[in-house]
Design a protein around this ligand. Structure first.
Ligand code: 13P
Ligand code: SF4
Length: 334
């Protein structure tokens, strides 16, 4: 359903300051379609005592226009834990909204599109985790948050890309099983003495970047700063000047040496940080996450109007998953 709210003077007045933040990535004619939706979503948020949590991969109209809190998976999990809003609308993917529900059983958690999944989430089943536990008795299981609640429930502790190494080292074990992202597991293994047993999940966005591609950019733009997400292969990460979570990558920009940067990650990141870094030119080896891009302004408005789609986690699963998530939050960013 395409919304046809009007771009009135009142809408312009409410949204012009936001446009200043997105003007380098959103053409004016597109903005005049987006702005009435943004104004209406922001009005409804107040009526419903709702907050919107927006992942760093949301399009700029969502990221700058309607998200009350923005960040990486870890930061958004913390916000979800700490909020006193009645409703949390998660502009991100399903595992993130589920984490919010695990932490907030009494609040309504909504996701604008139930199909917003994740290739890592789909790469492993609870039965796989139980079989791994049988195969490696006594070895702790660390699970990346990019998994369904049922997988978290089978785990000893969760981690995000922001704290993976700290979580692995917090366990005091010489070996851990790290699920399900093979590349993140290998990137952590490079940084620690703990032996890491990996699964074979991959992020469809980050696995496509190649060493050759990064080297070609370096040849084309001498001095360019390369910043990568640890879901990229270890070989690609070895070519980068910095490797970190999406928020880690954003934080690193303040220290960027040159004025040209490549963020080796999802497309929207560069658009979203451009406003805070007008001095930087972002070269964009564009890789779109089709799951993140299922979340739109139209669907977010429908979500708030009709209170859909409610994210539910069976209580038995939630309680077991909660232990793993809370244990991770105690470790923090490490
Ligand atoms: P971050 O926790 O680094 O934001 O990563 C989430 C994600 O899905 C990356 O692909
Ligand atoms: Fe999953 Fe990759 Fe999309 Fe992140 S970018 S949600 S890991 S498919």
């Amino acid at each position: 359903m395409l919304e046809t709210l009007e771009y009135t003077d009142a809408v312009a007045e409410a949204t012009d300051p936001i446009y200043e933040k997105v003007r380098r990535s959103v053409p004016r004619f597109e903005w005049e379609i987006a702005a009435p939706l943004i104004a209406e979503i922001n009005r409804l948020k107040r009526v419903r005592n709702a907050i919107i949590l927006g992942h760093n991969y949301m399009v700029p109209e969502i990221f700058h226009g309607i998200a009350d809190f923005k960040g990486d998976s870890l930061a958004l999990a913390r916000e979800a834990r700490d909020t006193d809003a009645d409703i949390i609308v998660f502009c991100g993917v399903h595992f993130m909204a589920e984490t919010a529900k695990i932490l907030n059983p009494d609040r309504t958690v909504l996701i604008p599109d139930l199909e917003a999944g994740c290739s890592l989430s789909e790469s492993i089943t609870a039965e796989d985790v139980r079989l791994l536990r049988q195969r490696y008795p006594g070895v702790p299981i660390v699970t990346y948050v990019n998994t369904p609640a049922a997988i978290k429930a089978e785990s000893d502790i969760c981690c995000t890309s922001a704290n993976a190494r700290a979580v692995v080292e917090s366990l005091g074990s010489d070996t851990v099983i790290f699920l399900p992202d093979e590349y993140l597991a290998k990137n952590v293994a490079k940084e620690t003495d703990v032996r890491v047993i990996a699964w074979h999940g991959r992020c469809i966005v980050h696995e496509r970047f190649t060493v050759e591609e990064i080297q070609a950019y370096r040849d084309q733009y001498p001095g360019i700063e390369v910043i990568a997400h640890p879901e990229c292969s270890p070989e690609v990460c070895a070519e980068a000047d910095f490797v970190g979570s999406t928020s880690g990558m954003i934080g690193y920009l303040a220290a960027a040496r040159g004025n040209r940067v490549i963020m080796v990650t999802e497309c929207s990141m560069s658009d979203n940080v451009q406003e805070a870094h007008p001095e930087l030119d972002f070269i964009k080896p564009c890789a779109i996450c089709p799951h993140m891009k299922r979340i739109s302004l139209e669907k977010t408005l429908a979500s708030l109007r009709e209170l859909r789609y409610e994210v539910e986690v069976p209580e038995g699963v939630r309680l077991r998953a909660l232990r793993a998530v809370e244990r991770m939050l105690e470790v923090g960013r490490g």
